[in-house]
Design a protein around this ligand. Structure first.
Ligand code: DNO
Length: 360
């Protein structure tokens, strides 16, 4: 397991590269050009700027999250070929600076969604929260306002240019069923995966977050069956999944440890976090610890150890603790605590494996 840490870039993150470097066992950053709109080819000068920062900090830049997929590709419009072409060019460029894994998602209109970014927990910390009944009756514009209405930072997947185009986007998705969306994903993968493969890059689709439809939009990466189908679209190690225990974990029927075992050689990137799911379907992003949430993090990390996982892993959204002012879900403290917990689980599992191997 190779530990990495998401970083939003200079002037766009409250966490510094120096701080990241001091978290035990973190070897690289998970980065992206957040100011390049989806669909555009990433400019080389900007990529090289990250290369410079990576060299300076001693943290590698092998993982990108995300190169976003333009909505025209998801909708299946004729213009998609142009955007797919740009995507391929970006892949080639990223390979030249040593990128090995590209995380992306295929969620229509919205990337992740929550009804509350700072829900107070019993201990006074705050965390991202989803109130199911609320989102079911919410106007999508209101959701966009509540998430994107922050003048200081751009939220990933909630770029301001989407605000004005929402009605238009919903209209464009009107006839996109799950089946059609799947066909469009297959079309995209058939073109992009060979380029990734030639360039030593693994594509890793991120599950839908939450793993069910919101606002009537189709969702196709919700569970084991969905992931299996996608991996079978193009049978290549470069067509993989970002196995996000938190996104999938918001549906208690998803057995993440079983997925780790089943998809073992197709998981270039693991997102490891816990989530507490309530009986009414609401969920909150609890600490990474097994006892604090609904996902058996102990069992999940054990499964990774069992399969001899050599891919990248990162802690995911943390709570906001110790009065830290940070991006929602992306502070330093709770994610660093998360890492130490994950290492603890991992080291214990590896040791147990070793002892068992020696027949003790
Ligand atoms: C939010 C993230 C998502 C994720 C993308 C991957 O914090 O989990 O924005 O990066 O969905 O493409």
């Amino acid at each position: 397991m190779r530990m990495v840490f998401r970083w939003y870039g200079e002037g766009n993150d409250t966490v510094t590269l120096k701080q990241i470097k001091q978290i035990p066992g973190v070897e690289g950053i998970v980065w992206a050009l957040h100011d390049v709109p989806a669909g555009e080819e990433w400019p080389m000068e900007k990529i090289l700027e990250y290369k410079r920062l990576s060299e300076q900090s001693g943290l590698h830049l092998e993982v990108v999250e995300s190169v976003n997929v333009h909505d025209d590709i998801k909708i299946g419009l004729p213009t998609r070929d142009l955007y797919i072409d740009n995507y391929k060019k970006t892949i080639v460029k990223l390979a030249t600076v040593g990128v090995k894994t590209i995380c992306y998602n295929f969620m229509p209109v919205f990337d992740w969604a929550r009804t509350d970014l700072y829900k107070e927990m019993e201990d006074g910390s705050t965390a991202l929260f989803m109130e199911k009944a609320k989102i079911e009756h919410m106007d999508p514009n209101e959701l966009v306002r509540s998430i994107a209405n922050n003048p200081d930072l751009t939220m990933p997947g909630w770029e301001p240019e989407r605000l004005g185009r929402l009605t238009e986007l919903f209209e464009a998705y009107k006839d996109v069923t799950e089946e059609k969306l799947r066909d469009n994903l297959r079309y995209f993968l058939e073109q992009v995966v060979p380029v990734a493969e030639e360039n030593g890059i693994k594509m890793a689709i991120h599950p839908d977050d939450p793993p069910y439809s919101i606002f009537g939009l189709p969702r196709i990466v919700k569970n084991r069956e969905d992931i299996r189908r996608i991996l079978d679209f193009v049978n290549s190690p470069s067509n993989g999944v970002t196995l996000c225990s938190g996104s999938l974990g918001a549906n208690p029927n998803n057995d993440i440890a079983a997925m780790v075992r089943e998809f073992k050689d197709r998981i270039p990137f693991a997102h490891l976090r816990n989530v507490k799911v309530y009986d009414n379907g609401d969920f909150i992003e609890s600490s990474h610890r097994t006892q604090d949430g609904s996902v058996d993090m102990t069992g999940v990390v054990q499964a990774y150890s069992e399969i001899g996982f050599t891919g990248y892993a990162r802690p995911d959204h943390g709570r906001h603790i110790w009065d830290e002012q940070c991006r929602p879900g992306y502070g330093l403290y709770d994610r660093a605590l998360g890492i130490m917990y994950l290492w603890g689980l991992w080291d214990a599992a590896e040791r147990a494996k070793q002892t068992k191997g020696q027949g003790a």
